[in-house]
Design a protein around this ligand. Structure first.
Ligand code: AMP
Ligand code: MG
Length: 416
């Protein structure tokens, strides 16, 4: 039986990054950049003031408290460039008039003379004003010609902010992998419908649909299918015709009478690359390549098993299609002693949290049985315990992965 790393290597063999797709910056949210974004304007675009106050000409020296400046006019945010003959009142974000070179905040001046409308005509500064004070320089955040974002970056709200800041309205992204998901099982019932005798809720379908989108792929087809070969075969043919690159099924890959997935794949002429791995949960995982090159993952039906198959094998393929390197785990100390049987990699629902010493550590959660759903909702990470290990002592470093392949996400609610 294959080890998990060897299995991942077989999945990644020959996989190439998807083609580039130009999309608007809004549509880029959640997608991965195919090429570097080069900034083609300075941010900020011009020298401007960080404070409300007065723009002064101090030259190369530091103006001293008690110095007096004549004031003429004002410069507000949005006012165009102009030359100044004297100091001027200035508002945050306004362009520094040509000839002025420092800003004194309004709190650090005294008005000596004012006009009928109450505008200052002469001011005295009450603190030192060094040259350049409170001026935000053109290009100080990011300069024209610089790389704003690297290829491989995922566009979230913060990256969207940067794109907006530099006026970038369109980006080249990696086309999202197209994916189809089929849940097999005549016992499956959706929310809202009553549970008949012997029936259970379909939890994998909604779970994996959400996980697929969160992983950066596009769900092209989704269906719940009975325990028969023909509907699955038709669904696979329809999915490949719709452009699916990756097809997932749940259930029907174990050793039961109704575990028909391998048979369907053989009938379609697929190459079954592996079936069963040295791991738990999710040992019956099946991986095949269809004649058209599409990747097929037969995930076991138990929710935690399908979660492991998706997270550690399907996501590896999705990353390659997105042009991302294989994941690197975090290494964190184990909270408490643990034991496992040797001979298989154990993927455990885990919580990265603060230990008594105030440092991050990882706790293996209770309820690791693969039919259990609740512990996954309480986890914020996966721990991967190596195949050969039997005894793990508190404090040793173990591999920890985020629930999503992008990395760990620690909300403060789950840290304590
Ligand atoms: P199977 O691999 O088809 O033998 O299914 C293994 C176990 O997972 C059985 O207890 C199934 O009832 C359960 N199961 C299969 N599919 C789902 C699903 N979509 N949601 C929740 N449980 C499922
Ligand atoms: Mg089944």
């Amino acid at each position: 039986m294959l080890e998990v790393d060897a299995a991942r290597a077989l999945i990644l063999k020959g996989l190439q990054r998807n083609p580039t797709e130009a999309v608007t910056a809004d549509d880029a949210l959640g997608r991965v950049l195919a090429v570097d974004v080069i900034c083609d304007e300075d941010l900020p675009p011009f020298d401007n003031t960080a404070m409300d106050g007065y723009a002064l000409a101090v030259g190369a020296r530091t103006a001293q408290p008690g110095e007096v400046f004549a004031v003429q006019g004002e410069q507000a945010a949005g006012d165009a460039a102009r030359a100044a003959a004297a100091a001027c009142e200035i508002m945050t974000g306004a362009r520094i008039p040509d000839g002025l070179d420092a800003v004194v905040p309004v709190e650090q001046i005294r008005v000596l003379d004012q006009d009928a409308a109450g505008r200052a005509l002469r001011i005295e500064i009450t603190s030192e004003v060094p040259p350049g004070q409170h001026i935000r320089r053109a290009g100080e955040d990011i300069r024209r010609g610089e790389r704003a974002l690297p290829a491989g970056a995922r566009i979230g709200a913060e990256q969207r902010l940067l794109l907006a800041g530099i006026g970038c309205g369109q980006v080249d992204t990696v086309r999202r992998p197209g994916l189809a998901l089929f849940c097999t099982g005549r016992e499956l019932v959706e929310a809202g419908a009553p549970l008949g005798s012997g029936e259970i809720r379909n939890s994998n379908g909604p779970y994996l649909s959400a996980a697929v989108a969160a992983a950066g792929a596009e769900l092209l087809r989704y269906a719940v299918l009975p325990d028969e070969a023909a509907p699955l075969q038709r669904a696979i043919e329809d999915a490949t015709a719709a452009g699916a690159q990756v097809i997932l099924s749940t259930g029907a890959v174990s050793m039961g009478r109704y575990d028909f997935v391998p048979q369907v794949l053989r009938e379609l002429g697929a190459e079954i690359v592996f079936h069963k791995l040295r791991m738990r949960p999710g040992k019956p995982l099946l991986f095949a390549r269809l004649p058209g090159g599409q990747l097929y993952f037969g995930l076991p039906g138990n929710p935690a098993s399908s979660a492991v198959g998706f997270r550690f094998f399907v996501c590896a393929a999705l990353r390659a299609l997105l042009g991302l390197r294989p994941e690197q785990p975090w290494r964190l100390p184990l909270l408490a002693d643990a034991r496992k049987k040797p001979g298989f990699t154990l993927y455990q629902k885990a919580r990265v949290r603060l230990g008594e010493d105030g440092r991050l550590c990882v706790e293996l959660l209770r309820g690791q049985e693969s039919f259990k759903v609740r512990p996954l909702a309480e986890a914020n990470a996966w721990a991967a315990l190596p195949a050969e290990v039997e005894q793990l002592s508190a404090g040793i470093l173990i591999d920890v992965h985020g629930l999503e392949h992008w990395g760990l996400q620690l909300s403060t609610e789950t840290l304590a």
